[in-house]
Write a protein that binds this ligand. Structure first.
Ligand code: ADP
Ligand code: MG
Length: 697
């Protein structure tokens, strides 16, 4: 099969629909997909038949409603198409009702108290805007997951609601600006995904990686990432083979994997797809993470998606490239050749700036997790402070508007490499700023604070809703304006917004301490950890935002808040207990064994002749004993605090206790253990070291 034939071969995409569906049914379905109209059961029935036939022709025996519970992963329960006949045979059947609605027993998914367990029913509802696909002989139908009373138990439902909110607000503003052809606006997302690949055999020997996804102990090898020789480096054959198969698998599923390369840290890599509508991009990113793990396994690797698998080595993030596109095909964040004169662009740019400034706290919250706490602000990822990088040209345009001056466009500068054989090209007007959490990159914004394992639904729910709100404020100001006054009113509106929100604009280096101080002076939020950030969710201003745009109900917000807190606490509980186990079962016995070796050796030497020196052995014995005692004491303290945590009931207080006390104790233990590790004889090391894992793939 050629690459072109292979692409989307397992997807019930537009081409298949056109082929398989009667014309009127195809039209009705298209209308539902493109204009969000209600789908009639008779259409659903016809689609179900076509879907089943296509799926069976492609080897499928089962179907599943695929959904995204609040855990941030995906869930599925498979039913076969078989239906026994009276002749004792079977038929393959699939009805419109089965396509449209499912009823998984949902009592064990976290619901944060929304759905009392006696009402364990959850419903899945077909999302026709994300195409169905075949994986492992099963037809996967993307669905939303709700309770009996219609409350969202998942990440897709609020995402779709936020896209709808943004569309309505954006269309109103566009009409207000005279762009009346537009009837819908979609948000688009291209998520760049970072990951680590390590050898499966090493992984199996590390209890911490298995239980927590990150190493809790492990000394730095003599060489880390300081030579910067991995970034964009040559792909090793084993990694190249993995990436090749990954691309092929993703292409079959219609995921447009585009770019792949080695990242900064050893064994770290990145994959970026071509962007898509947000809803599809979210589904595809979930699939990408899953397929990465599966293909890695086939190649003898384990794919690590944790935000910080190795201390002292860069962690993994996910860049959420985001923009808005009209149904007439116009990217609303495309500045064009003369951005200063492009009123429509400036209005939408202003809306994004206002949204990020007003709801920076929610944006920070949307990327908060125990794993990501190890990255944000650690000089490898953006700081926890949310600010916007606009680049030189846009900054100058906004300054000119603010001061009511004329913007002088700089002549395009040709790039001269000094070598005549090389082609000449124009320089981009903005350089890149890798330290900014939210950067304008030509015709889209790149939200860079996301952790690698995060579902991209959450950050986009916040972004869409906050921008919808900003657009509503703009609409209020322009709706009663006469066409001849419009330009003046809009210019003033932009000016006001710049003055009000310029505190969130920052083009400098976000990794410096000066910025942290400066940001504090500007009154920007700086929530350093997840427990600090989470209460933001239930602040009145933020609840009001979600309620107004009908993205979350109040109980949906509280349930998510509770789930996030619980998830944080459970994660740290598992980490602390895993560290205790590694100490008790592996590390402390290894230290004792090493001590014993030197004691035995010294004894043998002495037995041989009293005048042979045991100085070296004694020095080792003293060092090892000191570490052993220190670690034993520290482990006792940690064990007592774990017990204390287990008895605590207030989840927020517990989260702070984990973050401030237990995590600190774990880090102190690690500092000692990592020092001791370097003194252990190789054969007594209880698990593969950083050097084994990071430099032998
Ligand atoms: P980087 O230099 O950060 O790697 P790229 O130019 O490679 O950036 O693009 C990164 C991602 O941005 C890709 O997934 C790309 O498809 C996506 N992207 C491009 N245009 C848009 C857009 N209008 N909306 C959303 N994502 C976009
Ligand atoms: Mg990027």
């Amino acid at each position: 099969m050629s690459v072109v034939e292979n692409y989307g071969s397992l997807v019930f995409n537009d081409r298949v629909m056109k082929n398989k569906l009667p014309k009127d049914i195809y039209k009705a379905l298209r209308k539902t997909i493109d204009q969000n109209t209600h789908l009639e059961l008779e259409v659903a029935n016809a689609v179900a038949v076509a879907m089943k036939e296509w799926a069976v022709d492609n080897g499928a025996t089962h179907y599943t409603h695929w959904f995204q519970p609040m855990t941030g992963t995906t869930a599925e329960k498979h039913d076969s198409f078989i239906s026994p006949t009276s002749e004792g045979e079977i038929q393959m059947e699939f009805s419109g009702k089965e396509l449209v609605k499912g009823e998984p027993d949902a009592s064990s998914f976290p619901s944060g108290g929304i759905r009392a367990t006696f009402e364990a029913r959850g419903y899945t509802a077909w999302d026709p805007t994300s195409p169905a696909f075949i994986k492992d002989k099963t037809l996967y139908i993307p669905t939303a997951f709700c309770s009996y009373s219609g409350e969202a138990l998942d990440k897709k439902t609020p995402l779709l609601r936020s896209m709808q909110a943004l569309s309505e607000s954006a269309v109103r503003v566009l009409h207000g600006l005279g762009n009346t052809e537009v009837t819908g606006v979609l948000t688009t997302v291209g998520p760049e995904q970072e990951y680590f690949l390590i050898d499966k055999e090493d992984y199996k020997k590390r209890m911490d990686l298995i239980f927590t996804g990150r190493t809790l102990l492990g000394a730095m090898p003599p060489k880390g990432q300081e030579m910067e020789d991995h970034y964009f480096g040559t792909l090793k054959p084993r990694v190249a083979a993995f990436m090749h198969e990954l691309d092929e698998e993703l292409w079959k599923l219609g995921v447009p994997a585009k770019t792949k390369h080695n990242e900064v840290a050893p064994c770290q890599h990145e994959l970026a797809p071509v962007f898509d509508t947000t809803n599809v991009a979210v589904d595809h990113n979930q699939l990408t993470m899953e397929i990465m793990k599966k293909v890695a396994d086939k190649h003898g690797f384990v794919c690590l998606l944790h935000e910080k698998p190795f201390d002292g080595i860069n962690g993994s993030g996910k860049h959420n490239n985001w923009s808005m596109t009209t149904n007439t095909g116009e990217n609303l964040l495309e500045p064009g050749k003369t951005p200063a004169a492009n009123i429509q662009f400036l209005v939408f740019l202003t809306a994004v700036i206002a949204a990020v400034d007003n709801y920076a706290d929610l944006m920070r919250l949307s990327v908060a997790s125990a794993g990501n706490d190890h990255r944000l602000g650690a000089n490898e990822a953006p700081p926890a402070i949310i600010s916007i990088f606009l680049g030189d040209e846009l900054t100058k345009i906004l300054e000119a508007i603010e001061k009511d001056e004329l913007f002088q466009k700089q002549a395009k500068v040709t790039m001269d490499t000094g070598a005549t054989v090389l082609p000449h090209f124009f320089k981009d007007t903005t350089d890149r700023n890798r330290t900014s959490p939210f950067a304008f990159t030509g015709n889209k914004f790149e939200f860079r604070s996301l952790g690698s394992s995060l579902s991209v639904a959450g950050p986009n729910i916040v972004l869409n809703t906050a921008v919808a709100e900003a657009l509503d404020h703009i609409y209020e100001k322009i709706k009663d304006t006469a066409p001849e006054d419009l330009e003046q009113v809009v210019r003033e509106l932009i000016r006001d917004a710049i003055i009000r929100h310029k505190r969130v604009l920052f083009n400098g280096n976000g990794y410096t301490d000066e910025w942290v101080e400066e940001a504090e002076k500007r009154g920007l939020y700086n929530y350093r950890s997840t427990p600090d950030a989470l209460p933001v969710f239930i602040e009145k201003k933020n609840i009001d935002l979600f309620l107004k745009h009908q993205v979350y109900t109040e109980s949906e917000i509280y349930s998510r808040y509770e789930i996030l807190l619980e998830e944080y606490n459970k994660t740290l509980h598992i980490e602390a207990k895993t560290l205790m186990e590694m100490l008790q079962h592996q590390f402390l016995p290894a230290l004792s064994a090493a001590t014993d070796r030197y004691v035995t050796l010294a004894g043998k030497k002495q037995a041989l002749s009293a005048d042979i020196s045991c100085k070296a052995e004694l020095a080792q014995i003293r060092k090892l004993t000191a570490w052993l005692e220190d670690l034993t004491d520290k482990a006792e303290v940690l064990a007592a605090d774990i017990e204390k945590a287990e008895a605590m009931e207030d989840e927020l207080a517990l989260a702070h206790f984990y973050q401030r006390t237990i995590l600190t104790e774990m880090e102190e233990i690690r500092a000692v253990a990592d020092q001791a590790e370097t003194a252990l004889p190789k054969d007594l090391l209880p698990y593969p070291t950083y050097a084994d894992m990071l430099f032998y793939v």
